[in-house]
Write a protein that binds this ligand. Sequence first.
Ligand code: ADP
Length: 160
Amino acid sequence: MSKLAICPGSFDPITYGHLDIIQRGARIFDELIVVVFNNQAKNPLFSAEERTALIKECTKHIPNVSVDSSADLLINYAQQKEAQVVLRGLRAVSDFEYEMQITSMNRKLDDEVETLFMMTNNQYSFLSSSIVKEVAKYGACVSDLVPKPVEKALIAKFSK
Ligand code: ADP
């Protein structure tokens, strides 16, 4: 049976930290769908369409990765795709409580969808989309933190 996982998040925008999790996940699962969830409460900088397009551009070299977006509940999306696994990245202890809460709720909704955590690469343990946006806003170089298309999109966004 082929194993399908979904990798959900806001990806506002995708960073090298996300990409590392996606690349490693793609080596474990037969198919990996990266799904942009549009959490308006997070007041995103990029629209869901822009975020999806950037992820597509940055993952086009990985054949078993596809990109989608959804306004649905994560567990409904996973059920609809018949995904067995939800893949998430973990950075520091600070991520733990939030992830634990979401995972517990998702398990309550459907205990057949398993959430798996992958530890960040040390290199990216302090990297987040928020910090990238904060730095890019002041014109600082983010080329070590995000892929080239994302860097360009950030420059374009903040030069407006
Ligand atoms: P969300 O809003 O759902 O937390 P994010 O886009 O912030 O979405 O993150 C999506 C997933 O990627 C989460 O599991 C998050 O912990 C993980 N992630 C974010 N940044 C990194 C990083 N630098 N290293 C590893 N995982 C990361």
